[in-house]
Design a protein around this ligand. Structure first.
Ligand code: CA
Ligand code: CA
Ligand code: CA
Ligand code: CA
Length: 492
């Protein structure tokens, strides 16, 4: 799906999470070497069928699960969504317990639009009678390409359907200018240097599983695909990671591993809707935690992001509290160590930014991709005794101010975290964070149907703007007191 907010991670300046996309398409894939084949193209299919170039009213290879194009795991197949509403079906054999990567990749980048086909994948049982998983974009999203993970529960043949996003979501399909894609179903290689694959026993802080990390240079950091199964009730998976040199944050995606499987709704097909994740110091002190809202798991955050110091941390993945064990409670996510937003100048104990009058001037930089946009980013802390933080920046009446701030939704232990913006001392808008929605103040473009924003952006008044951040309380178990913000000013 195309989203006017390219990614909330990028919007909030959460470098760690937004770095992930670069690797998934590079050589650092979690699967064995990928072969290419072209059986999925029109020409190849036609030649294989021995049919002529004329329109053939008979059965067409790839037009249903029964007529699916045979695909070998790890062999990429070129295909084409060159007709409105076209669906192309592929069949492949899997073994019980296999973790699979399914993707339909195109020439799309984060910035390409309608001209390149926006792919989606639906995974079915061999005869197409049962929908097993369903996905639109990769997670975290970096292009419109479909990409997800699935764990097979039995030796079986599976059927995957590739279509465009509109067809997948039940809308009218418009053929793109560039309709080419490559379909891949591949088995995850647990031995890959970029995969940390759940290997029991790993249930305790005292005996965690060592996580693998693949380093990258800009910003300094490293990442790993983390995959596993939450088995019998009580299974928790604990991994130990060492912060790579230069990295200052940890990020872990919380993708839609499971949800009621339905056409047009993204779900990897796990029997847990979302997993819970905790980041701890080696002594067990919790510094960040995401636990999906009870009864509303699908509205949990996109991911955890927390500041880290040099040293070792434990990352624990578990079922959310109160969720019973299911038949296929698998998870697949990406862990990243990377950079952070600039840290507040406040010296803890001195309370230097506690009032509007003593606000820290926020450094606003011209956006690299848009000269009319200035961005300012904040990483700050509200430990006990710090009543509030304030950051200031000048605005003119025609500026459009948008912002994204989060504490709980990033994994912080701050509770009732609030954001308020003043211009020349007059309050313009405020919001208190809840567990089910990100604080995102932005005014969607005319005609946009996006519901991502929690409140509109701020415009129409000139003066000195001040954003005030405060928290009414702190968790007694999660000791993280950090929060992250991104402020964006669009000039006319
Ligand atoms: Ca496990
Ligand atoms: Ca375990
Ligand atoms: Ca502070
Ligand atoms: Ca303060």
């Amino acid at each position: 799906m195309r989203n006017q907010y390219v990614s909330l991670f990028a919007f909030a300046g959460l470098v760690a999470a937004s770095s992930v996309g670069g690797f998934a398409c590079s050589a650092a894939t979690p699967v064995a070497a990928v072969a290419t084949a072209d059986a999925g193209t029109k020409d190849a299919a036609t030649a294989k069928d021995g049919a002529t170039a004329a329109v053939d009213a008979g059965p067409v290879e790839g037009s249903s699960c029964a007529l699916a194009i045979a695909a070998d795991l790890g062999a990429e197949q070129a295909g084409d969504l060159d007709l409105p509403g076209k669906k192309v079906f592929y069949a492949f054999d899997v073994k019980a317990g296999d973790f699979l990567l399914l993707s339909a990749s195109t020439a799309a980048t984060a910035d390409t639009g309608e001209e390149i086909v926006d792919t989606a994948i639906s995974l079915y049982s061999a005869d197409g009678s049962k929908l097993l998983a369903n996905l639109d974009d990769a997670f975290p999203r970096y292009t419109t390409d479909a990409e997800f993970y699935y764990r097979a529960t039995a030796d079986a043949k599976l059927c995957a359907r590739v279509s465009d996003f509109a067809t997948w979501s039940g809308a009218a399909s418009v053929v793109a200018t560039d309709t080419a894609y490559k379909f891949l179903a591949a088995k995850i290689d647990p031995a890959s240097a970029v995969v940390t694959f759940d290997t029991e026993p790993n249930d305790t802080n005292a005996a965690p599983q060592l996580g693998k990390l693949k380093a990258f240079a800009t910003p300094p950091g490293a990442f790993s695909y983390v995959m596993g199964v939450l088995g019998a009730a009580g299974d928790i998976d604990t991994f130990k990671f060492t912060v790579p040199p230069g990295a200052t944050s940890i990020g872990l995606s919380v993708p839609p591993v499971g949800a009621p499987v339905a056409q047009g709704k993204s779900s990897y097909g796990s029997t847990i809707a979302r997993f819970a994740v905790t980041v701890k110091k080696l002594d067990g002190t919790i510094i960040a935690e995401i636990s999906p809202p009870v009864g509303d798991a699908e509205k949990t955050t996109d991911g955890l992001t927390a500041p880290v110091a040099a040293g070792d941390y434990l990352v624990t993945i578990r079922r959310p509290d109160g969720v019973a064990a299911g038949a296929n409670d698998f998870y697949a996510t990406t862990l990243t160590f990377g950079g952070s937003n600039p840290v507040e100048a406040e010296v803890l104990g001195a309370n230097s930014n506690d009032s509007i009058a003593t606000a820290q001037a926020l450094t606003m930089k011209v956006d690299a991709a848009n000269a009319k946009l200035r961005d300012g980013y904040i990483l700050a802390y509200l430990p006990a005794g710090d009543v509030a933080d304030h950051f200031s920046f000048p605005v003119i009446a025609t500026d459009k101010v948008s912002l994204s701030c989060s504490a709980l939704r990033n994994g912080s232990g701050l509770t009732d975290f609030s954001v308020e913006v003043f211009i020349d001392g007059t309050s313009k808008q405020s919001e208190t964070e809840v567990a089910t929605k990100d604080i995102l103040w932005a005014t969607p473009a005319a005609g946009s149907t996006s519901t991502a924003a929690s409140k509109p952006g701020i415009t129409g008044t000139a003066g000195t703007a001040v954003v005030k951040l405060a928290a009414a309380g702190r968790s007694t178990t999660n000791l993280g007191t950090y929060y992250l913000c991104g402020v964006h000013i669009a000039a006319p």
